[in-house]
Each structure stands twice: as structure tokens, then as C-alpha cells.
Design a protein around this ligand. Structure first.
Ligand code: DHB
Length: 515
């Protein structure tokens, strides 16, 4: 009998983690034909009130008004940079297991294949949409074991950051879509179960990859210096004249794309549109969200609710020192305060930001090259995500073909060098399909038949320059506009790309939506 059907009402393999008062079922395969078993598996953590020592579900235990059949199930994925991820252990700093367990929820860390996964024969097997297919299989597996694994499988809350946030968004938008069935059947997912979820927590999701290049150039228009990303392999530098021209073409193209989405302001119903130079109601909307974010932060600062201890005016003037954990040095470091007084002000109630451009001078700086995602030399994560078993890295943004063609007269050498590589994607229907399957925007307010999660929570840092802030803004507005889901969308002040949140808010949200 295959592994997937093995779980029965008596699961002796649960390990008790005394320090955390929970049981752990480790590295459970969730599909019958995994090509990378170490990735296509999950760790399941259950508060001890919900299990007996022999691994049977407790009927009597309860916590926070939940019992073993009603307690929400957190489903966190660890995808980062679109790279494959094994499930997290409880001590893993990338995991929020401790917070969710402390709040009394069942916590599942689900592994999945990613852009550089290879099978036992060293064949590439993790390209789009493999990560999403794996996570859907994980959801189906959990539903298949309702009553055996504690937790309400109709209250699954997906959590992910960045590429993982993209997966969380996709799990929330593509529920039960038939578009993934062939791939699900191929890995041996449970085909008799559904894969829609109750809620999606999306942190800094890197989505809408076909339009992310455009969005980036609209957001950082006129900014020619980039700070670089050493772990991707490029240090800081300046855009060449050719890349500056490319940036102009991409940024202009984004204006028609965003305005074509026909988004409306959720309160006023007015059209949300953008223009050149960060103009238009969409830019205003973004600015208001940023101001609300700063106001929330400054209010907390004044009330002494933040680790940072200084006055609001010291914060604005940069006359403070911040203690921050350094991810590489793995110790606390002192970071001098940043002078924000030329663009940020506060009257004790409301924050005012002079403009997106002013904020970008020293606070929200350009990080990436141009193009930021479909890189000229195929170095970005997304180039590898859309590769194939035969061709590890490919181009995928077909709009770049037209924009590069327009530059042929002014930049003959560069276009001769790069354009033919981009033209290779023309007519590649399989690439088009794999792009489509990885873009949640295709499932929001369209004809696609899929079951939308009724709750979304979207958080993005005010200092996140891994993608344009308009990417999350358009996601939130498009979701709201469907009328099928409630959307809690905020920008979290001073947070970079990552788990941008205030302590305790996400667990409070889960409790609230599951009441
Ligand atoms: C991630 C970050 C990126 O800048 C990107 O392009 C894709 C993914 C990440 O952190 O997962």
C-alpha cells in the first residue's frame, strides 16, 4: 500500500515536543508519486490538547473556544526566491510555527518543489507550476485526513512570504480549478478531494510576473541607481543608457496595463488610474495607504508599543539609533536613524508624505536591474522558474519584444544582442500555459471557474523594493472588486521585503475570521 493512504485513526508516529506542548508528525508524504520526497512532504504540529498519547484525536480537549474538529489549520509554505523548500522545523527562524502554536492552532509546514528541483535522475522537475501543484496536493492530503489529523479542514489558512506569498495568493484564488488536474494526477495527489482554502495570508507576494517588469519601472521611474542584490549575484550600480531607455518604455506600458484593469476605489467607487510621474488617482491611493501605514507606526511609537524607543520627531528627523537583528552576522547591530523630515510629517493624528518620488530618495530605493524580473542575461529567479527540464533559464515577458524592437534604431548593438533571445518565446504555447497557471490575476474577476478563499490578508513592507508597491495594491483592489472575498490590505511601515507585520495581528485575524 502506498504511503499516502497509510494514515489511519491511530497514528503512532506522532512525536511529543515537551517544550512546546505539541505533537509532531514529521515529513509526511502528501502525494503518491513524489519526484523529490524530501520536498513533497509536510510537518504537522498539533497542540497537545487535541491528541491522545496513542495518536488518536481527543474528543474532549479545547483551547480558545476551539476543539479538535473546529481548530483552524495554518498551512505555511517556505518557498523563497521560487526555490524549492523542505518543511520547516519548529526552531527554524523562517517559520512562524511557535506563534501559531502558541495561539492554539494546528500548524502545518508544507514543503514543495521549486525552480531548481531535480529528481533522482538529476532531471529538472520543479518549474512552474510545480510548487503550486505540490501545495494543492498538500491541501488535498490534509482534507483527506480530516478527523484523523486534528483540525478543521474547512478552516485552512495559507501563509507565505514573497514567492511563498505568491503561492498563498494562488492557493486562495485558484481553488479547485481544473487547470491543474493533469499535474496533480501526475504526482499522485488525492484526486477525490478539493483544494480550495478558507483564507490566504499573503506577505509581500511576488506575483503578476508578466507585468512585474513594467510595474517596477513605473514605480522607480527616473531612478537610475540600483542598490543590488548580492545573493542573486549583482552588486549596486547604475542603469546603462540602454537600460534607462528600456525602463522608460516599460514604465509607460504599465500605465495602459494598470488602467486597463479598470480598478475602482473601494470607498468612493472612483476609477483608480495612474499616469506618468506618479500621477493619477492610483498614485494618490497608494500614497494614502503609505500615509495610513506611517500614521499607525507613529501612533504606536508614541504610545511606546514598538521596540524602538524614541519620540516621533526624533524618528522623523533621524536622531535615533535602531537595534536590529542582522541576518548574516546573526547578531544585533546598531543602525543609525534616517532623516525623513524632507518628505514625512506628523501632526499626532495624521501622517503626510510629500510624494512617492521624494520617499524614494533615501527610504524606498531601487534594488533591481532593468528589467527587474525577466533579466537581460537570465539571472533572475523568475527566469529559472519558467525554464523547462531541457532549458533551465528562459525569457518570459513577451511585452519586452515590442519594447526592445522600438529601441533598435537608438541602440542597435544592444537590441542585436538581446532581442533574438526574447523572440524565442514567441509561439511557445506551453510557456504561455505555465505562465498563466502561475498568475493569480488570471483568476480574479475573470471567467475562470475557481473557488476563491473568502478571506485574504495582504501585508507588504513600506521599504519593500523587491517588486513595485502597485503589485499588491492592484491585487487587493481586484480581489475586493469581485465581491467574493473580504480583503484586509495594509502596508506595514519600515518593514523590508519579508514577514511584514506587527506581532500578534495575524493570529488575531485568524481567530476573528474563524469565530
Ligand atoms: C523573492 C524575491 C524576489 O525579489 C523575487 O524576484 C522573487 C522571489 C523571494 O524572496 O521569495
Amino acid at each position: 500500500m502506498s504511503e499516502i493512504r497509510k494514515l489511519n485513526h491511530h497514528i503512532p508516529e506522532w512525536n511529543y515536543l515537551e517544550e512546546y506542548h505539541c505533537y509532531l508528525l514529521e515529513r509526511v508524504l502528501y502525494c503518491e508519486r513524489p519526484s523529490v520526497p524530501s520536498q513533497q512532504c509536510m510537518n504537522i504540529f498539533v497542540p497537545d490538547v487535541y491528541l491522545n498519547e496513542d495518536g488518536t484525536v481527543r474528543g474532549d480537549g479545547g483551547l480558545n473556544g476551539f476543539d479538535a474538529s473546529s481548530v483552524p489549520v495554518i498551512f505555511e509554505n517556505g518557498l523563497a526566491g521560487y526555490m524549492e523548500a523542505e518543511p520547516f522545523g519548529i526552531e527554524d527562524p523562517r517559520s512562524a510555527a511557535k506563534d501559531f502554536l502558541q495561539a492554539g492552532f494546528v500548524y502545518v509546514s508544507c514543503g514543495c518543489r521549486g525552480r531548481s528541483s531535480v529528481d533522482e535522475k538529476q532531471k529538472r522537475c520543479g518549474k512552474s507550476p510545480a510548487s503550486l501543484v505540490d501545495l494543492k496536493a498538500g491541501i488535498r492530503f490534509l482534507k483527506h485526513h480530516r478527523g484523523v489529523i486534528p483540525g478543521n479542514m474547512d478552516r485552512i489558512v495559507s501563509v507565505g512570504i514573497s514567492a511563498g506569498g505568491a503561492m498563498s495568493t494562488l492557493l486562495g484564488t485558484t481553488g479547485n480549478s481544473r487547470n491543474y488536474e493533469v499535474e496533480l494526477a501526475a504526482i499522485g495527489a488525492v484526486m477525490t478531494e478539493t483544494d480550495d482554502i478558507f483564507a490566504a495570508q499573503c506577505y509581500c507576494p511576488i506575483i503578476d510576473l508578466e507585468h512585474a517588469d513594467m510595474a517596477y519601472e513605473w514605480m522607480f521611474q527616473g531612478k537610475t541607481h540600483y542598490d543590488g542584490m548580492l545573493f542573486v549575484g549583482f552588486p549596486e550600480g547604475d542603469l546603462t543608457p540602454f537600460c534607462q531607455a528600456l525602463s522608460g518604455g516599460l514604465g509607460r506600458a504599465y500605465i495602459s496595463y494598470l488602467n486597463g484593469l479598470k480598478l475602482v476605489h473601494p470607498e468612493t467607487g472612483e476609477a483608480v488610474e495612474i499616469g506618468e510621474g506618479h500621477t493619477g488617482s492610483g498614485s494618490e491611493y497608494l500614497l494614502r495607504k503609505l500615509e495610513a501605514s506611517a500614521a499607525k507606526f507613529l501612533g504606536k511609537l508614541e504610545r511606546g508599543e514598538l521596540p524602538l524607543a524614541c519620540s516621533a520627531s526624533d524618528y522623523i528627523n533621524g536622531t535615533y539609533v535602531e537595534q536590529k537583528f542582522h541576518p548574516w552576522k546573526k547578531c544585533m547591530t546598531e543602525i543609525p536613524g534616517l532623516d525623513k523630515s524632507s518628505w514625512l510629517s506628523w501632526d499626532g493624528q495624521k501622517a503626510k508624505i510629500a510624494g512617492i518620488e521624494a520617499m524614494q530618495e533615501n527610504y524606498l530605493r531601487r534594488l533591481k536591474l532593468c528589467p527587474a524580473f525577466d533579466d537581460l542575461n537570465l539571472i533572475q529567479a523568475e527566469n529559472q522558474e519558467f525554464g523547462t527540464p531541457e532549458n533551465d533559464r528562459v525569457h518570459f515577458n513577451s511585452d519586452l519584444i515590442r519594447i526592445l524592437e522600438e529601441l533598435a534604431v537608438q541602440f542597435p548593438e544592444e537590441t542585436a544582442k538581446y532581442l533574438p533571445e526574447y523572440q524565442k518565446m514567441t509561439g511557445d504555447e506551453e510557456l504561455d500555459r505555465r505562465k498563466y497557471l502561475l498568475n493569480p490575476m488570471n483568476y480574479i474577476g475573470t471567467e475562470e471557474e475557481a473557488d476563491m478563499a473568502p478571506h485574504f490578508r495582504i501585508r507588504v513592507g513600506s521599504r519593500d523594493a523587491d517588486t513595485s508597491a502597485t503589485i499588491t495594491m492592484t491585487l487587493a483592489l481586484a480581489l475586493k472588486q469581485t465581491g467574493k472575498t473580504d480583503v484586509d490590505y495594509e502596508i506595514v511601515w519600515d518593514e523590508p521585503h519579508g514577514r511584514a507585520d506587527y506581532p500578534g495581528e495575524v493570529t488575531a485575524w485568524v481567530k476573528e475570521i474563524c469565530q
